[in-house]
Ligand binder design. Sequence first.
Ligand SMILES: Cc1cc2nc3c(=O)[nH]c(=O)nc-3n(C[C@H](O)[C@H](O)[C@H](O)COP(=O)(O)OP(=O)(O)OC[C@H]3O[C@@H](n4cnc5c(N)ncnc54)[C@H](O)[C@@H]3O)c2cc1C
Length: 391
Amino acid sequence: MRTQVAIVGAGPAGLLLSHLLYLRGIESVVLEARSRDYVEQRVRAGVLEQGTVDTLVSSGVGERLLREGLVHHGIELRFGGQSHRIAFEKLVPGRAITVYGQQEVVKDLIAARLAAGGQILFEVADVVPEGIDGPHPEVSFTHRGERRAIQADFIAGCDGFHGICRDAIPPGVLQFFDKEYPFGWLGVLAAVAPSSEELIYASNDRGFALHSMRSPQVSRFYLQVPPDEDIAAWPDERIWAELAARLETVSGWSLATGPVLEKGITAMRSFVAEPMQFGRLFLAGDASHIVPPTGAKGLNLAAFDVTVLTEALAGWYACGDATLLDGYSRACLRRVWRAQHFSWWMTTLLHSFESYDAYDRRLQQSYLDYVCTSEAASTSLAENYVGLALH
Ligand SMILES: Cc1cc2nc3c(=O)[nH]c(=O)nc-3n(C[C@H](O)[C@H](O)[C@H](O)COP(=O)(O)OP(=O)(O)OC[C@H]3O[C@@H](n4cnc5c(N)ncnc54)[C@H](O)[C@@H]3O)c2cc1C
């Protein structure tokens, strides 16, 4: 088999890259370890920045997103028995976020690729990128019991944090930056109408809680829990009781409950591998960087990376100009580090840390108060949340 760009991973990064390349007349093949059904059902992120929405819409895969996505013009911060709205329409006029599940983005992209005759090979195993430091890289893999290989001009490692592409880069090339947080998030998907029109970020002595949503009928919740927590310790009744305790802290507001559809615990971590390229292998999305989900940046960064990579590859195929390819890592990392800082900042602002003493807690409360009462501070939060125009 031969293609121009071999893409490892059919998450948002790999699928969007394949779609954007197709629009520029560049061929690709996507190799995915999981089944189509699995990737289309995998519940993860759900907050799209304006720039991500614009990319999806302008590339022709935004029709359902525009119809079903929930446009939000603010978020709520809840602490100390009070609610404070961060009003995007006032602080960052013309910019908003759209709530639309990552699995819906994935479904739309898979449908678009297959309708255009694109090749996505699901359930591949033992994927090995080879020859990445020369002009003729290839990816070998097992599909339907048969060992196969794809020759390509470039390989895109879009295989997430636990993928294999990052490890294919020789030791000593990459520099790693890593931070683990002393807690995880228990994520819950429930068949109940949201109790709030906008996301609620609640900072509470019992721990952080987030009330989000995926549609007018489906809500998404998160609870801060110990990092090694066993999901078995969280029967549905305990989840609802804890959500109520952390969210029902303002008078007159109550949480509606319903059947839990799915629940799971995710570790909270920040990670960057630099640079995002070695030879003919380019890393994009979670393969190169992850953030704690507090700032809702992971999926948006993945979309930005592949937009930059598409331009760079299009430049190379148009006239053999490698300038943009050479600048790929630098162009992405500026935005990656802004998102790293914002995600870390939101996380430390809103969570309870066992290591905090009374002084640290007072500082945290003071900063929360500042963010909600100073227009300069709330504008900073708002512009980072909706996504900065960094190129
Ligand atoms: C468990 C979890 C929960 C999350 N929850 C949230 C959230 O609530 N809010 C939020 O904002 N963000 C969340 N995120 C972050 C966000 O979902 C990611 O940033 C986003 O998925 C990045 O997209 P990606 O395409 O780079 O990587 P991924 O979506 O991870 O896609 C990588 C793809 O590569 C495939 N793959 C991996 N290894 C191989 C291999 N060897 N061969 C072939 N294919 C391979 C995987 O199966 C996967 O389909 C979550 C992430 C995780 C992991």
